[in-house]
Write a protein that binds this ligand. Structure first.
Ligand code: ZN
Ligand code: ZN
Length: 129
């Protein structure tokens, strides 16, 4: 027996966009997102996927950090909302956007809010005469 069409995603013209049901489609989207994320991290980590600040290597904690602090601008330029499509955009454009490094969420957020991660502050004050 066929599932009712409400169980499927519909295209704007009312046709089913996928032959998968909603549940499979969600699973596929999550898998796709993880794959895009992993590929992007592998690319920008140059094969060594870890936070360039603290060395965190768990993919779940990692993200891409804009070295020029232009993340917001960049997302607007891409014209997509949220982070999900960002990884897909990178894949589709062949990772030609260069100003990204791998950083964990802690370091990323600290840098975004304070301009510098406390790890770096600690390191530079240790290095200071
Ligand atoms: Zn970190
Ligand atoms: Zn850090």
């Amino acid at each position: 027996m066929e599932k009712p069409s409400s169980g499927f995603y519909l295209q704007s013209d009312g046709r089913r966009s996928f032959s998968w049901c909603r549940e499979c489609n969600n699973r596929h989207r999550v898998a796709r997102f993880r794959e895009d994320r992993y590929l992007a991290l592998a690319h920008y980590g140059r094969g060594d996927i870890r936070c360039r600040c603290c060395g965190e290597s768990k993919v779940e904690f990692l993200a891409l950090d804009h070295v020029n602090n232009d993340g917001g601008e960049h997302r607007r330029a891409i014209g997509k909302k949220g982070g999900n499509s960002f990884y897909a955009w990178l894949r589709k454009t062949g990772y030609t956007y260069e100003h990204l490094v791998v950083a964990c969420h802690n370091c990323n957020l600290a840098r975004a809010m304070y301009g510098e991660c406390p790890h770096q502050t600690a390191r530079s004050s240790k290095l200071a005469p």
